[in-house]
Design a protein around this ligand. Sequence first.
Ligand code: IVH
Length: 719
Amino acid sequence: MSRAAKFKAGLAVEEMTERQARAEHRRLAEAIAHHDELYHVKDAPEISDAEYDKLRQRLKAIEARFPQLVDRESPTQRVAPTPTTAFAKVRHARPMLSLDNAFTDEELQGFFDRVRRGLERETDLKPDDEIVFNCEPKIDGLSISLRYLDGAFAIGATRGDGTTGEDVTPNLRTVKDIPHELKGKAPRVLDVRGEVYMERRAFQEMNRRQEAAGEKTFANPRNAAAGSLRQLDPAITATRPLRFFAYAWGEAEPRSWKTHSEYLKLLRSWGFRVNPLSQLCRTPEEVRAFYRQMGVERPSLPYDIDGVVYKVDRIDWQERLGFVSRAPRWAIAHKFPAEQARTRLNGILIQVGRTGALTPVAELEPVNVGGVMVARATLHNADEIERLDVRVGDMVVVQRAGDVIPQVLGYVPEERPKRTEKFRFPTRCPCPLRTEVRSEEGGVVRRCSGGLECPFQQVERLRYFVSRNCFDIEGLGGTHIENFFNDGLLKIPGDIFRLPQRADEIRKREGWGETSVRNLIAAIEARRTISLDRFINAIGIPLIGEATAKILAQEYGDVDAWLEEMLAAAKERRKRPDEVKKEKAAAEVGPSYGRLCNVEQIGVTTADAMCGFFTELHTVEIIRDLRKQLTVEGVTRRVIAADAPLKDKTVVFTGELSAMTREAAKARAEELGAKVTDSVSKKTSLVVVGENAGSKARKAAELGIRTMTEEEWLKLAAS
Ligand code: IVH
């Protein structure tokens, strides 16, 4: 048997214990070294390239799940990075936490009080003793974790959900601020954490370059940094102006530092950039002064900050204070208010959304709002324009807050020109069909009545289809969808998967080059396999978003079974269009409709909207066409063992859990057979009561429902 074959039937990486992984990692590393030698030195390979690649892939999968196994000798560390097709998952050795926010001075005071009370309780801190805080700007980028082994950069990952992130090591190696080797004496194992970001000026230049090349542009430096880091080809990341500030750690073995400020000094000595504005403050007044000072400096900093972060400097104190769910009790993010500016309103444009809803958009004289040029802002709907009474020609106040779309807050009365006119909402859609505009939902929403025929809606539906939470096809963003649509390359979602056959045509288009076409095709091919919930979300059923799509996927499990049931439900409903109650839906309308109505979060209104959607012949054809081109991954229903400890139990979690996140606790309870719900009722079997629990714990006591402390829950969860 060849060496490669020996590993083929191995244990699935997801099921391995660390010991098994370690043993297999060693075997694989040896095998790869052996084949490397046969190939490169002896010119006498024994296995095919494909078999060799399989060995490497398996080794990489093991390292992604068990980053502690990555060592300098590992084959993954010895060869120049090759473009990856998708990102492997990396489990963080210590979770990557987020921060609680304080927006007001009261909230900040609350933080100071909690810290002081906690330390007085947990340590010998006296009321007059100082608590020193390390204060830092809060960089608006994305956090990453960099693992160093014996001072060498081994693996780098995005935050992901805090527990598991994406392996973007080759991309991070191209970021100049990230050292490949640490200077001086470094811990044996060290996870350095910090923020990857883009400076504003570099962001604007990059966007100009992207635009000129017909490539995707980004809304703000944060998105640009995230998009640039998540490139499948590290060569592209290398061309993006990414920067890095270090500010935290994950695992550190051994850890020599006793305060956060000491750690920041060490980071500098190892070769990292640490924000030079970071400062120690000894009193709440000093902390507040730091906040004001940063507010003043904010517009002139070369990068975006959205607040400041305060961290208790002493690490022994941090440890005493601990965590609440996902955030440390010893740190807080003090946010800045949204940034505002004044500018002229040049016009009001009507945009057509994917469901035909018309949204008025303010066209502005471009203005710098906290470092980002804003030329458009949303006016939400006709009522909002009425309420604000903004008119074309007005001087208006616009606001931008982080990722949120800029908004118009109002106009400046003293600067209203003479002879302005109240805005009259159009009665015909701006689409080429010029259809009538209908008012819906109490008149707030106005809709184009062109339905599936309206080309504007078609474009928006395609845009939604390729967006992040749906098919997430990179390279089809910006104006590409619209241009492809106008030139007949795309009409319906299925056409996207026929684009690879038309690569030659795309290559000839202005702004498209060999690399961008190759990347686009790779991005499309990578999505030929898609999860059922994304599929459901992407096809754009009215009232169905990401969350309900997930529930539907869980309920129906398989794409074809689901489609069949939807068609059956629509047919049943057509035959019986009368008013119906959810409970009687199965008996009065039919089994498929009844089942749909009774899915969690669906109900009659949503079910009817879905049935309407599946009644359109054209829609059904479009979905069938799409279905044919894809592998839709079903959801395997969990089989719960007869002796599962929480089988048939309804469990509620309330209060703050300190050892695991709410999501993790919920997932574990479900694995143990439970149904987890949000509210306590007679049907509840068990309530797990965390810290600061409120009304739910009281209600459980009133109803005499069994409760459990976090400690007891952890014991059960470990079973
Ligand atoms: S400390 C346990 N320090 O803010 C402490 N975070 O809202 C973990 N961020 O996910 C974070 N600048 O992406 C820390 N100086 C700074 C930061 C910072 C930006 C980001 C980071 C984090 C988010 C939390």
